[in-house]
Ligand binder design. Sequence first.
Ligand SMILES: [Zn+2]
Length: 466
Amino acid sequence: MADIYLRGGWIITMDRNRRVIKDGAIAIEDGNIIAVGKRESLDPQYKHYSDIVLDTDKDVIIPGLINTHVHLAQALLRACADYKRLIPWLKERVWPLQGNYKPEEALVSAKLAVAEMLKSGTTSFLETGLVGRYGIDNIIEFLHESGIRAAVARHVMDLKGYALEENILHEGLVETGESSFNDTIRLYNKYHGWDSRIWIWFGPRTPGAVSVELYRKISEKARELKTGITMHIAEVREDVDYTMKLFGKKPIEFAEWVGLTGPNVTLVHVVWVTSEEIRILAKTGTSVSHNPSSNLKLASGAARIAEMVKNGVNVTLGTDGGPSNNDYDLIREMKLAALLQPLITGDPEALRAEQVLEIATINGARALMIDHLVGSIEVGKRADIVVLDFNKPHLKPLNNPVSHIVYSATGSDVKHVIIDGRLVVFDRRILTFDEYKLLEEADKAAYNLYERAGLCREPDLKWPIF
Ligand SMILES: [Zn+2]
């Protein structure tokens, strides 16, 4: 007897032995995985005695994907900042647009990102930094309702960073150290650990926007509260210049010096680092979120992920946001991650498909400090499971499902998604909120935001539109 019984297909378990089960089956009860094995051995017990039986014999089943770098407030900014490097991208487009959000529009943006993630197989994610003007409480309550798992970092800052000389950060984007820190604690007390699906993290801004004292305070408090910290670092060459000029330290040396390394820290991008800094990341157990689409599109550079993996760094994968990727599809991101390393190393086996799938599942779970709950399909873990429809031309012949997932599939191949034992996506339809209504709301909310900001009202398209 089970609540849900998945019958058939290949199961890529990602368990300790990395077992791949052909003609497998999974039984789920009370949100827990209670059996994983061959279909023929589980059928007698579950086939006729389960509430829901999903026939998945032509499908491939993987653990839910874990996206470790998401900007929920950027989904409405898709295609609003193409063809720019990071700093003009931020100053000319992203900050002015984000600085004009009304909470109801930021909520629509969050819903859009979550809808896209769910439909492309992401079951847990790390939001990098929400600020007051987005209406954080409403967004968190929606996340809970949507069924997804999320570690939500709240931005903390006390300096103006790149915007130091110019007054370009709008109200509600720039906050004081005291208010942003205290609000993180308020959110922590209100939401952290909610149904083992919502966690509150610290999201300090990049070096330059946070004082050394505040970084140290965040580090101490996060350790005391047993929660996480995430921060963008060494994304562009200017990030190295900044910490070298002011502190005589390379970015990861700086992070270690202010207490932002360790198993509860996920550093994002980590492009401009030396081999010595990679060793610091490995030694301290710090996780890295690799965001290849964003790094390539903004011409930021290529992170040396293969070298990091070889040195024992916990590398994970993130999509970043609407104006830098421009999608939230972690399956597409896996392909780019897999292709980039052969290019920069000259070694076609620099990062194998198996390693890329580890990066997108179990490594992500470890970064979010939830690998005891999710990240693999094994008895005793919560059921976060993605079923991919493999009965398609681009996924035949089915001789190597792991290669196909990484190199040939896209998010649109996701058929069913189960999170915490609950069917959240069934046959490509979201069951927890109205995605069709959301699509209409998204266009309206974006129009209002663009009008208010005076940006992105015309498409950046070189061709005439009739
Ligand atoms: Zn980012």
